[in-house]
Design a protein around this ligand. Structure first.
Ligand code: THU
Length: 131
């Protein structure tokens, strides 16, 4: 793995700890996500399902809510794991959620290695279109 200066092990550990909090009685598919913020803090989130299945909140939803609730900031790096602790690719909707709060050059640990947010969500729609 290239030395990007990102504490990937710490991030993945935070994602794995968050995964342990997942509420997934319907899919039995726990997910944990963690992000390094530009002020140095690490925030995380887990998925929370609902008896009305379509209302399921992905782990990334919890993460961006926590980001706002704990002072905001920009995501420099992101890691997401499944129930086995293996790297998981964020779903399309969640890539959009993350894009909104990206720091310049934001990177993600993915199943194909470290990728930038622009690589996993090319030509993204974003706040710039509404300015
Ligand atoms: N899930 C996430 O939390 N994040 C993703 O990026 C992919 C999917 C959750 C939603 C649902 O609770 C479970 O994984 C199965 O789809």
């Amino acid at each position: 793995m290239p030395d990007t200066g990102i504490p990937w092990e710490e991030l993945t550990a935070a994602a794995t700890a968050a995964m342990g909090r997942a509420y997934v009685p319907y899919s039995n598919y726990p997910v944990g996500a963690a992000a390094l913020i530009d002020d140095g803090r690490i925030i995380s989130g887990c998925n929370v399902e609902n008896a009305s299945y379509g209302l399921t909140l992905c782990a990334e939803c919890a993460l961006v809510s926590s980001l706002a609730m704990t002072g905001g900031g920009r995501i420099e790096a992101f890691s997401c794991v499944d129930g086995a602790g293996n790297t998981l690719m964020p779903c399309g909707r969640c890539r959009q959620l993350l894009y909104e709060f990206r720091a310049p050059g934001m990177v993600l640990m993915t199943v194909s290695g470290i990728r930038t947010i622009d690589e996993v969500l090319p030509d993204a729609f974003g706040p710039q279109h509404l300015a």
